[in-house]
Design a protein around this ligand. Structure first.
Ligand SMILES: [Zn+2]
Length: 433
């Protein structure tokens, strides 16, 4: 990459447990001091206006942990949704539409809010970065594949086979993007286990998921985008969650933007039954259910180990915002997707359907008032519309691996990757962390 100017970063990383401050090298994921698991968070220089020049994602660069920006990257679009609100009993509903809806100004290239995190994480990297290793259920991989390919940033993406259906782009993938597909019964959790091991290969580095401040702050740009339209923060913020990264990012960003004693948006997080580890954890009804990842409609919400108890994680932001977690089933999510398309004339992703269905339930249950100022994050939409508008080319995997099962899978995948990288059979990674 070019254009990185060392020493000019406009922010500091701060440990949310011990408070130690770090100059960012573009890669740091954790406080190296030995204490409870804790997120690093970003503290930006200066105060006052937090909106920069131009349009799109990098309009919010003063609130992004980046050393460089990229031209012509679209951002979130915040729109009033009176008719949709009336249908579910709300007078002041707004949506943040993250996807492809050209006549309303929404142009995210892979149709989900993951584009916001991908461009931010790439903009955070140092010059000559290592190969970023990123596991994904599909949407994150698609976003990174497209953004990294366009800007020639090397990355290694690990996905379960069903994710391939999301990996279709307006152009062939650049060779700097290596796509590893786990075939057979492998799940998102298996992709995570493989990526943990692959990140230990020489010249490779874990992207870090929720631990990466670039992800959280990139996803958090829906908040300044909403504040520009609303003239204030929303009272309630509604989003479907897998890891909760987006909701945590929205909360952190709202804390930076609020003026005086303005209330922080109450977070309403939504999960898709039967895979509801955050719902279960918040209710303290026991451990997450296992081995049910193939069932929910919204596959991207099936993170088995979401950052719940980590300092600065889901439990903390729910507590600080007076938030709640709701869950909804596939049938309700499908009905909500159909309702959105009927009222607004654009398709939305299953995860966004989960969020809309859960919001409607919360209104019926009296958990959200009719006159409440609500921001509903439509985390993905317009995929069908994009497929109609553009000719999309399926991504060509760099490596397909038959999944041998959870016990031997990660090491086997690492061996196959190593063979391809070196043209030899030697294995230098060690199992475990
Ligand atoms: Zn610390």
């Amino acid at each position: 990459m070019s254009g990185v100017r060392p020493g000019t970063r406009h922010y500091t990383l701060v440990c949310s447990s011990c408070g130690t401050r770090y100059a960012d090298d573009g890669l740091l994921l954790d406080c190296p001091r030995g204490h409870e698991p804790a997120f690093l968070r970003t503290e930006y220089d200066g105060t006052g206006t937090r909106v920069g020049e131009g349009t799109g994602l990098f309009r919010y660069a003063p609130l992004l942990p980046v050393a460089r920006s990229f031209p012509d990257v679209p951002g979130p679009v915040v729109l009033p949704a009176e008719r949709l609100g009336r249908r579910i009993g709300l007078d002041r509903l707004w949506v943040a539409f993250n996807g492809h809806w050209p006549e309303r100004g929404a142009q995210l290239p892979t149709c989900t809010f993951k584009d916001l995190e991908a461009y931010t994480v790439l903009g955070r990297l140092p010059a000559d970065p290592p190969v970023l290793v990123i596991p994904s259920a599909g949407n994150t991989a698609a976003a990174f594949a497209w953004a990294a390919g366009r800007h020639r940033v090397p990355c290694l993406l690990v996905v379960p086979a069903p994710a391939l259906e999301r990996m279709r782009f307006p152009a062939p993938l650049d060779p700097c993007v290596r796509l590893v597909v786990l075939e057979g019964t492998a799940t998102y959790s298996d992709a995570i286990a493989c990526a943990d091991l692959l990140a230990q290969l020489p010249g490779h580095h874990a992207e870090g998921g929720a631990r990466n401040v670039g992800r959280r702050d990139g996803l958090g740009t829906v908040i300044p985008a909403a504040a520009e339209e609303l003239g204030r923060l929303p009272e309630t913020y509604v989003q479907a969650v897998g890891s909760g990264t987006g909701a945590i990012g929205a909360h952190e960003t709202a804390r930076r933007l609020r003026t005086g004693d303005e209330a922080l948006p109450r977070l309403l997080m939504c999960q898709n039954t039967p895979f509801t580890p955050l719902y279960d954890a918040w209710r303290e009804t026991g451990p997450a259910p296992a081995h049910r990842e193939h069932e929910p409609l919204a596959r991207e919400l099936t993170n088995r180990r979401p950052p719940f108890t980590v300092r600065g994680g889901v439990r903390d932001v729910l507590g600080e915002s007076g938030g709640a977690v709701r869950c909804t089933d596939n049938e309700s999510a499908l009905a909500a997707m159909a309702l959105f398309e009927e009222v607004e004339g654009i398709d939305i992703e299953p995860g966004a359907g989960v969020a809309l269905a859960a919001l409607a339930d919360a209104v019926r249950a009296g958990q959200v008032r009719r006159d409440e100022l609500v921001l509903l994050n439509i985390t993905g939409g317009g995929r069908a519309r994009q497929a109609h508008d553009l000719t999309l080319i399926p991504a060509e995997p760099w490596l397909r691996v038959p999944w041998p099962g959870r016990d031997t899978g990660p090491l086997y995948v690492a061996e196959q990757v190593q063979r391809l990288l070196t043209g030899a059979g030697s294995v230098v990674v060690a199992e475990g962390r």
